[in-house]
Design a protein around this ligand. Structure first.
Ligand code: SPV
Ligand code: MN
Length: 611
């Protein structure tokens, strides 16, 4: 038997028959040479850190606590094509969903995973999704042969071995079985056999032949998909959202949640100077006593490192350049020092990156020049390492959410910030987020993509049901949060961004002022927008910038024609789906308001016209 006495005891102490069953099944299938059970102890955590170095998945960098991990050259983002839901019947999803008949999928993945850990060590860990001892949280069991995956999870999630003990043998937990597969130079070889199969019936995920955390780390996007189904079959929300404390006035903290597609300013919003961060990626939201309350499912950040520089993201930059535990991935390493795109420092002409030894001018197999670091290169860091970590991060009761922000990458339509007219209008705004695609998933970049609540990649129930759950959730609150639409990526006629990177701070502080009754607003067909005077004052106070009337009228012009084009695209999408009536009413009302405005004032309307 591969399970030593010591490890067997650790498992038995959990007194959980399903844990035992999952483990036995995994051992039988993957046939590891050795099995190690990891508890919450400092000793076990240190063991993983060491193992990741020993087996070459990570290497030490010059700075104390810093390590580098490289994913393979074809494994640098989420693999949407090979991520599939296992289904037993035809589901009318209302969106493009990758699925496979369950029997067929399980047979395929079992064949791929048969003996996949031969000669390798199986690592068995337990985590809590959300704070420990909290009504929000879900327990999760992870089995993997990757110490990097386990190490990442130790940084990103709360320990769960003791939580499992408190579960009293309940089978209600998520289970993730992962293998990086055969490795060469620490990288997955059989990427053609990469599969991520999500079993919504058993609440488990099989993931094979990958290392990129969006594919491999069970607790991140894989658990998220299971949580969305669980939430939607109940009365809560699992969302692709950050949580932050906005400090608009001394002594006043107002919590915001925000959903943005990958690489659209989500982390940098949550990390805005002067504010506090609760979480940057996934939130569970519940109605507690009529209030919307939320927790961060995670306790760390797996963040995009590109453009983290002292000017735009001073807090992260400082954390990433001082001694503490950080895993860098897919950056360039030269002499033990990491270099990434947009760091504000020149990179050397050679070093090591995801392509192996790298030199300036190196080309890939298609003859395309390989950049020194990848656009989706990342850092993994615990939130408590950050100066701006909010004091309520681990509060089992979560934080009271008073505002929700939705944003996409939109060069020509949406104003920088607009307040929704009410909850249902806000749900409509969230469900009609569009964004130009980025490097965080494999595929074409720069294509406009509809991404409801920035959650399209992860929704595991029919889209209509998902939207309806949002509508119902808000209706039951005594006071629903105010919803805002933001857009940081508006461009002028010369293709130049109209706003600086820190302008988002102004939009967020304006929203905070609105929520707290500090400002008036102008009602337009798409929602309420700021008054020039208030923005002028905010820009001066926080960015020492003289915001002009000309900038304001340009940025906040209601591009009625463009908005109507967007509405046309949305109508096209939603006419094919069974959507709640309330949602369709919101869409029709917005179209009517826009058509009326266009008739009266033209295609591009100055905000002052609505004053
Ligand atoms: C995202 O792409 O939304 C991320 C990173 O947060 S990943 O883990 O790849 O999902
Ligand atoms: Mn994300």
């Amino acid at each position: 038997m591969r399970l030593s006495e010591d490890n067997r005891r650790k498992i038995e102490e959990l007194k959980n028959p399903k844990v035992m069953e999952c483990l036995n099944e995994a051992i039988e299938l993957c046939k590891p040479a050795k099995v190690t059970v990891i508890t919450d102890s400092e000793e076990d955590i240190a063991y993983i850190r060491e193992l990741s170095l020993k087996n070459g998945e990570e290497a030490k960098l010059a700075m104390e606590g810093h390590t580098i991990h490289f994913d393979g050259i074809y494994d640098l983002a989420r693999d949407k094509k090979n991520t599939k839901y296992l289904v037993t019947e035809k589901v009318n999803w209302g969106m493009e969903v990758n699925s496979i008949p369950r029997d067929e999928g399980i047979a395929e993945i079992r064949e791929i995973m048969d003996g996949i850990m031969e000669g390798k060590e199986m690592l068995v860990s337990f985590f809590s999704l959300g704070p420990t001892n909290s009504p929000f949280s879900i327990c999760a069991m992870q089995i993997t042969d990757s110490a990097y995956v386990t190490h990442s999870e130790q940084i990103l999630y709360r320990p769960g071995y003791e939580e499992f003990k408190r579960m009293n043998g309940s089978p209600d937990f998520f289970f993730f079985l992962h293998s990086a597969g055969k490795l060469e130079n620490g990288k997955t070889v059989n990427v053609d056999k990469r599969r991520i199969y999500i079993d919504l019936i058993e609440n488990r995920v099989y993931s094979a032949n990958n290392q990129y955390a969006g594919n491999s780390v069970g607790l991140k996007k894989l658990a998220f998909r299971l949580a969305i189904q669980k939430a939607n079959n109940s009365d809560w929300l699992a969302e692709h959202m950050f949580l932050m404390g906005v400090h608009g006035k001394p002594g006043r903290v107002t919590y915001f949640a925000g959903a943005f597609p990958s690489a659209c300013g989500k982390t940098s919003t949550a990390m805005l100077p002067g504010q506090t961060i609760v979480g940057d990626d996934i939130a569970y939201l519940r109605n507690i006593g009529g209030e919307m309350r939320g927790v961060n499912v995670e306790k760390g950040i797996f963040g995009i490192i590109q453009d983290v520089n002292p000017e735009d993201d001073p807090l992260i930059y400082e954390a990433l350049t001082t001694p503490r535990e950080v895993i860098f991935s897919n950056v360039l390493i030269n002499n033990g020092v990491p270099y990434w795109l947009g760091m504000g420092k020149e990179a050397p002409d050679e070093g090591e990156n995801f392509s192996g030894h790298w030199y300036k001018g190196k080309k890939d197999k298609d003859g395309k020049e390989i950049d020194y670091a990848h656009k989706n290169a990342r850092y993994t860091i615990a939130l408590h390492e950050l100066k701006n970590a909010d004091e309520k991060i681990d509060d089992p009761n979560g934080v009271k959410v008073q505002a929700i922000v939705y944003g996409g990458r939109d060069s020509d339509t949406t104003v920088p910030i607009a307040e929704s007219l009410n909850w249902a209008h806000g749900v409509f705004v969230g469900a009609t987020v569009e964004s130009e695609t980025t490097a965080a998933t494999i595929g074409a970049e720069g294509v406009r993509r509809h991404d409801p609540m920035a959650n399209l990649d992860f929704v595991t129930v029919p889209l209509g049901k998902y939207v309806e759950n949002h509508l119902k959730f808000g209706a039951k609150l005594s006071k629903a949060p105010t919803v805002y639409a933001t857009n940081y990526f508006l461009k002028d006629e010369n293709g130049k961004y109209m706003n600086g990177k820190l302008d988002k701070k102004i939009w967020i502080l304006w929203a905070d002022g609105r929520v707290n009754g500090d400002y008036d607003a102008i009602e337009t067909p798409i929602g309420r927008i700021p008054l020039y005077e208030d923005l002028k004052e905010l820009f001066k106070k926080y960015l020492d910038y003289d915001y002009t009337m000309e900038e304001y009228t340009k940025q906040f012009a209601i591009r009625a024609k463009k908005y109507l084009e967007k509405m046309k695209r949305m109508k096209e999408v939603f006419s094919k789906i069974e959507m709640p009536e309330e949602f369709m009413n919101e869409m029709n009302a917005q179209v009517q308001r826009l058509e009326k405005a266009l008739k009266e004032h033209g295609e591009v309307i100055s905000p002052l016209k609505f004053k």
